[in-house]
Write a protein that binds this ligand. Structure first.
Ligand code: EPZ
Length: 428
């Protein structure tokens, strides 16, 4: 039994959707609940398979977890152990974010090497170097990583590249280090600022998130807290691109314009209009989509790598040429195969995709990763005719219900099951 999205493309959107909480903010915040004994309450925590995996890790570590709608509770009073189960490390790379919190609380953390994924190697050398800078010892033995740091000391942690995960792990471990830690060249994403907000509500002394230096005064006894996760800026980008691809207009409630400025600029260049409205953003595309020339992804506040597939899906159906260069991940154009199956004219050479826009047609395609799958769905909304998007297990990792939300925006996206097994060939 294969689940897929049936998409009726080629008609303009008209609707309103609420943006759910940010996956990439909720995951480090759930890990950070380990830093305090007692029950923390996390609001606007998205109901995603990745968040379910994070709650499974907390349960394996002896915590009691609960969910009512988008509010999650984590009671760490009976916390025990310091090992992340191999199955969960393999299922979700972000499980690595629990290492910093375990080191801070237990002085010890054990996990298998996280696998790579569809985006490329995904090493964790910067996480390891950050822990070592704080005084932890790291050993690798028969596929397991052993981190020991019973007496972490506040130090300077200089990141050679602004890694999001390494920044978050350094912040979490630094909360358990005696003295002051200064993280230089940290990631500056809004999710880092959200993590700082949660740590502060636990009583931690953290400052500088979003700037070129984060300072953590560690060694404080922290208490449980209550916090609301920010809106997901990549989900926001997804729905902006959906309206751009299909045409029409939409309202995105809860969206924060400041978090998606590069995406709004790129879509304006392609012929869209957008602005702030009461409680969110509006977006409209009534004229023809056009190519935007060259665009390069980069660390925040540059154009986000996670929105790269989504914008390429829009440009594939535009009139004119565009060149998209990916600088963060070395393997992030696999979804292009699906766009070409829809009639897209895209050539990938190394880190750059050369797009010659043309009208797209419906096809049967398969997602290879989370944002690639969302990109194929966005392209299908702008394509003429019916499409089938397989590989929903990837999409469900980052979207509560992409079909529900795109339907709320006026799109025809329906979750279906197909009797045959295996991805069927092209052609409806
Ligand atoms: C986070 O991944 C996000 N995931 C990713 O979102 C996002 O694409 C990425 O940041 C970049 O913004 C979560 O927050 C859970 P990085 P992360 O460390 O932390 C290299 C999605 O779609 N690197 O900033 O893993 C790495 O290979 C996901 O929601 C090292 O070399 O990203 C990459 O080339 C996909 N060594 C670059 O740095 C390390 O130790 C940036 O990675 C760590 C990273």
């Amino acid at each position: 039994m294969m689940e897929y999205f049936a998409v009726a493309g080629g008609r303009p959107l008209q609707g309103r959707v609420t943006i759910h909480g940010a996956k990439n903010s909720a995951l480090p915040i759930l890990a950070a609940t380990l830093l305090a004994d007692g029950e923390s309450v996390i609001h606007n925590c998205p109901a995603l398979t990745d968040c379910a995996a994070a709650l499974e890790i907390l349960t394996c570590l002896g915590c009691r977890v609960g969910r009512e709608g988008s509010t999650v509770t984590v009671d760490t009073s009976c916390r025990r152990g310091h090992t992340i189960p191999d199955e969960l490390m393999g299922r979700m790379r972000a499980s690595v974010l629990f290492l910093g919190a375990l080191l801070a609380r237990e002085g010890m953390a054990v996990a298998c090497w996280p696998g790579g994924c569809a985006l490329g190697a995904r090493p964790i050398d910067l996480h390891i170097r950050a822990f070592q800078a704080l005084g932890a010892q790291v050993r690798s033995w028969s596929g397991q990583l052993y981190f020991e740091g019973p007496r972490l000391q506040g130090r300077e942690v200089a990141l050679p590249i602004p890694s999001v995960g390494a920044t978050e792990n350094a912040m979490l471990a630094a909360c358990g280090a005696q003295g002051v830690t200064v993280i230089r060249n940290p990631a500056r994403e809004p999710e880092i600022v959200d993590l700082q907000g949660f740590l502060r509500c636990l009583g931690a002394k953290v400052s500088g998130a979003g700037t070129e230096e984060i300072v953590v005064e560690g060694g404080r006894r922290l208490h449980p807290g209550e916090y609301a996760v920010m809106a997901d800026r990549i989900v926001t980008a997804t729905y902006l691109c959906a309206v751009a691809a299909a045409g029409g207009e939409g309202e995105l409630l809860g969206a924060q314009g400041a978090h998606v400025r590069p995406v709004l600029s790129a879509l304006a260049a392609a012929g869209c209009e957008a602005g702030e409205c009461a409680g969110g953003l509006w977006v409209r595309r009534t004229g023809e989509l056009r190519g935007i020339g060259s665009l390069t992804t980069g660390p925040y506040p540059a154009f986000p790598t996670d929105a790269q597939p989504l914008l390429t899906a829009v440009l594939a159906g535009a009139r004119g040429k565009s060149r998209i260069t990916e600088t963060i991940f070395d393997h992030r154009f696999r979804y292009v195969q699906g766009l070409c199956a829809m009639g897209g004219c895209i050539q990938v050479r190394g880190d750059t995709a050369a797009v010659t826009g043309r009208p797209l047609r419906g096809a049967r395609v398969e997602a290879t990763d989370l944002r690639g799958g969302a990109a194929l769905t966005v392209a299908a909304l702008g394509a003429q005719g019916e499409s089938a998007i397989f590989g929903l297990e990837h999409i469900d990792r980052g979207y509560e219900a992409l079909d529900r939300d795109l339907t709320a925006l006026g799109g025809g996206v329906f979750r279906r099951r197909e009797q045959t097994c295996g991805m069927p060939g092209v052609g409806i």
